[in-house]
Design a protein around this ligand. Structure first.
Ligand SMILES: C[C@H](C(=O)O)C(=O)SCCNC(=O)CCNC(=O)[C@H](O)C(C)(C)COP(=O)(O)OP(=O)(O)OC[C@H]1O[C@@H](n2cnc3c(N)ncnc32)[C@H](O)[C@@H]1OP(=O)(O)O
Ligand SMILES: [Co+2]
Length: 133
């Protein structure tokens, strides 16, 4: 893992949160994207080298919907940039981490992604991201 690729924040209303984070960063979201497979619509902000991903659920079965129900709005996950997501999944599995999707899936912002169960990472949902070249 090379660096934090983005921090994911679960929000109830993406429009309202876009305006809030635009005020916070002094710049608008640079990308909005729906990821049907995850049941989310997302917006991305750059703040210097840091990327923030806002996520709103698009259906009640979405992980974001369950998270909001249980914990309310807030930091949902930390995503790390990886060179080779398949090798990283293997390495992490052999180190005892629970990888929620062994086969990388298409995430947002042109990435292949995989997630580790938070139970195995001190309660922090970890996402792995590999740029699709
Ligand atoms: C597309 C975009 C991208 O970047 O490309 C994304 O990020 S998509 C981001 C949305 N997609 C995802 O999050 C996919 C990965 N997430 C999942 O598969 C799931 O959300 C999950 C397996 C982490 C939890 O699902 P679940 O059905 O078990 O939900 P539960 O509510 O029962 O959660 C089980 C236990 O995990 C805890 N838990 C659930 N979600 C989180 C979280 N985000 N951070 C930390 N802990 C969490 C709960 O508090 C509970 O702990 P306790 O038992 O102590 O109460
Ligand atoms: Co993410």
């Amino acid at each position: 893992m090379r660096k934090i690729e983005h921090i994911g924040i679960a929000v109830k209303n993406l429009e309202a949160s876009n305006l809030l984070f635009e005020k916070l960063f002094g710049a608008p979201a640079y990308k909005m994207e729906e990821v049907e497979s995850e049941g989310v619509k997302t917006s991305f902000f750059m703040n210097g080298p840091n990327k923030i991903e806002l996520l709103e659920a698009t259906n009640p079965d979405s992980p974001i919907a369950k998270f909001l129900e249980k914990k309310g709005e807030g930091i949902h996950h930390i995503a790390f940039d990886v060179e080779d997501i398949v090798a990283e999944i293997k390495r992490l599995q052999s180190s005892g981490f629970t990888v929620l999707n062994e086969v990388p899936k298409k995430g947002a912002d042109n990435k292949l992604v995989a997630f580790l169960h938070p139970k195995g990472t001190n309660g922090v949902l970890v996402e792995l991201c590999q740029e699709i070249k």
